[in-house]
Structures are given as C-alpha cells and as structure tokens.
Design a protein around this ligand. Structure first.
Ligand code: B12
Length: 303
C-alpha cells in the first residue's frame, strides 16, 4: 500500500473504531504546531508528552449533555457538573485505549493525554480540538460545537502516525453574544476567550482557599460550576432535551443510586474511605478535604 492509501485507510479505521466505542466526535490535528508548546519542560509539563516525532494529535469528544443529577434544583440536593459526573474530568482515557492499541499494532506510537495521572502534563485539548475541526472557541473559552454545544468531554492521543489532518477550521459562531461573560457571578470572563481562573467558581471549588465573596454564589454546587455553559444558546436544546447517546444511556441506568448519594445530608456524612468508594471511580483527583469543605459551604444556606 502506498503512503497516501495507508493514511486514508488508517484514518478511516480509527474513525470507525471510535464510532463503535461510543466516541461522539473525532478529528485529526497536525502535531507540529504544538511541538514548542509541549516541549516546554516547565513544572507544569510532563516530558513523557514530548512531541518529538509526533505527526498527529487525535482529538476525541464524548457528549456529556445528558449527565444531570435528578432534582438538583432541590435545596437538599448537591449539584455537580456534567463533566464531574462523566468520569472524564481531566480528559478521556479509557475509551481511547483501543484506538491507541490499534495504532501500536500498526507499528506507531500512541500516547494518551492523561492529566489525572501525570499531574500537570497538559496537552491543550480545546485548541487541538479547534485545529482538528471539531468546533470553535466560545467566549467562555470552551470548545463549542454546532451539534453538542459545549457539552463534550475531550481527550487526545499523540501519535507519530500521519493521519488525515483537518485543514479547515469551523467558523466562530458566537458573534456578538456575550451571555456567558455577563452571567459569571464572579466576573471570571471579563475578557472574552480568557478565563481568569482565580475568579472561576470551578477553580475555587477545587482549591484550598475558598474566598468569602464566593460563598453567596455557590448555592448547592459541590463540584464545578456550569453557569457559563447554562446560558450558552448552543446548549439550550441540550438543557431542555439532552440527546440520548451511548454515555447518557449507560449513565441513566445508575440514576437511583446517584440520587441516594448526592443528597447534601448524605454527602456530609461520607468518611474519606466512603468518599473514595462512592466517587473514586469518577477519577477527579479532588481531595476528600476539599470535597467535604464544599459540602459544608453548600449546607450553610440550609441552616
Ligand atoms: C486545568 C483545567 C481547568 C482549570 C484551569 C483552566 C485554566 N484555563 O487555567 C479549571 C479548574 C479552572 C477548569 C475549569 C473548567 N474546565 Co477545565 N480543564 C483543565 C485541563 C485539565 C487543563 C487545561 C489547562 O490548564 N490548560 C492550561 C491552560 C492555561 O491552557 P489553555 O486554556 O488550553 O490555553 C493554552 C493553550 O491554548 C496555549 N496556546 C495558546 N495559543 C496557542 C497556540 C499554539 C500553537 C499552541 C500549541 C498552544 C497555544 O496557551 C494557553 C496558555 O498556556 C483541561 C484538559 C486539557 N488537557 O486541556 C480541562 C478542560 C479544558 N476543562 C474543561 C471543562 C469543561 C471545564 C469547566 C467547564 C468545568 C465544568 N464546570 O464543567 C470549567 C471551565 C470554565 C471555563 N469557562 O473555562 C474541558 C473543556 C471541554 C470543552 N468543551 O471545551 C476540558 C478539555 C476537560 C475535558 N475532560 O474535556 N479547568
């Protein structure tokens, strides 16, 4: 097989495999552009993610729009983001393993971006997704797609296989809309497309210092904030009527159990060990002390 043919066949095989794995979107970005970025071995970067010799970044997205806790608008229920509930908090790993295995079987390298294991080894997935043609960057900084809005968890594989790279990026369709910027209660998006993370509630909920001024806006959120996604017009249809996809369907089977766990009175009683048993499979890396602190803050308004 000549090189061109091999590239087409392998690209198609990967897309077919992704479909069968329940991956909702997949694209190929040229790797060279990311090289300087990833070879910067500052404290935040992991040398094992070095892009030397890499030709493609495969970017995958899994729709998480249907992952909503039942009755989370009730005061006693905790609220957590779709991303938190999805199990792909840092990035998608498990569903990408068969694709990495296929690449390796064909003699190529394949490194799955796994920030939960390699703390700080960051492949900029939103940018890679845009280069791979999956969507555009919203003013809330997130990847927005016509079909799934912002409700996609992303993951990536760095490989030396030369696949069919996307050449045309999506048009940015945010136009003059500033709803996400206006809705953020802590003004974390004052500048469009730039997140001031010290002001982002999702960030504050993951860190040691929780400022007093953030308390009135936490409401029943114990993990992550979705305000800038809830107001996004591209998400309206998903909030009203989420699509049924492989991930949504498999999650829905578990809902009664989730409802038992996610009441604030139940959450506050979890010991560190029980927290690991109940929520460890979500693989968020959020320490128990921080989770427990969030539950206590969320409960302050119930008193
Ligand atoms: C750490 C992290 C956070 C942190 C800090 C984010 C930050 N910007 O500092 C916090 C906790 C705040 C956070 C919050 C959220 N996150 Co987050 N986060 C990540 C994670 C793990 C790493 C991102 C990161 O720190 N990057 C470093 C920053 C600085 O990089 P960056 O924003 O991509 O920008 C850099 C590049 O663009 C680069 N760059 C700029 N120009 C160029 C040009 C070239 C050529 C190159 C190579 C690079 C480059 O420079 C920038 C600065 O270094 C990613 C997963 C991943 N691997 O990407 C998820 C991720 C970005 N998060 C995600 C989500 C969903 C969220 C939340 C919405 C959570 C929620 N509530 O559901 C909120 C977002 C709020 C918001 N409006 O952004 C999703 C995004 C999905 C999507 N549709 O876009 C991701 C991809 C995780 C996932 N599993 O899907 N997150």
């Amino acid at each position: 097989m000549d090189d061109l043919m091999e590239k087409t066949v392998l690209s198609e095989n990967i897309k077919g495999l992704a479909d069968s794995l329940g991956i909702d979107v997949l694209g190929f970005a040229e790797a060279s552009e990311f090289e300087g970025y990833l070879l910067d071995h500052s404290q935040r970067r992991d040398p094992s993610l070095s892009l030397s010799g890499a030709k493609t970044i495969i970017v995958a997205g899994i729709y998480i729009g249907g992952l909503v806790l039942p009755s989370w608008d009730e005061s006693y229920m905790a609220r957590a983001s779709r991303l938190f509930l999805s199990g792909f908090f840092n990035d998608i790993v498990k569903p990408l393993e068969p694709i990495a295995a296929l690449l390796r079987k064909e003699g190529y390298t394949a490194l799955i971006c796994d920030d939960s294991k390699n703390k700080g080894s960051i492949l900029p997935l939103k940018l890679a997704a845009i280069r791979a043609g999956l969507g555009w960057q919203g003013k809330n900084t997130l990847l927005v797609t016509k079909k799934y809005g912002t409700f996609l968890a992303l993951g990536g594989i760095v490989t030396n296989a030369n696949l069919e790279h996307n050449t045309e990026e999506e048009t940015n369709r945010c136009k003059s809309c500033e709803k996400c910027q206006q809705a953020c209660p802590l003004s974390a998006l004052e500048q469009a497309h730039v997140l001031n993370r010290e002001k982002c509630l999702s960030y504050l909920l993951q860190n040691d210092d929780f400022p007093e001024k953030a308390k009135p806006v936490i409401e029943n959120r114990v993990m992550d904030c979705e305000i800038c996604q809830q107001v996004c017009p591209w998400n309206t249809k998903h909030i009203e009527r989420p699509l049924a996809t492989a991930t949504t369907t498999s999650f829905q089977g578990d809902i009664p159990a989730w409802e038992d766990i996610y009441g604030l009175p139940q959450l506050v009683k979890l010991t560190e060990q029980e927290y690991g048993e109940a929520l460890g499979h979500l693989n968020t890396g959020i320490p128990y002390a921080i989770f427990h602190r969030n539950v206590l803050v969320a409960m302050e308004r119930l008193q």
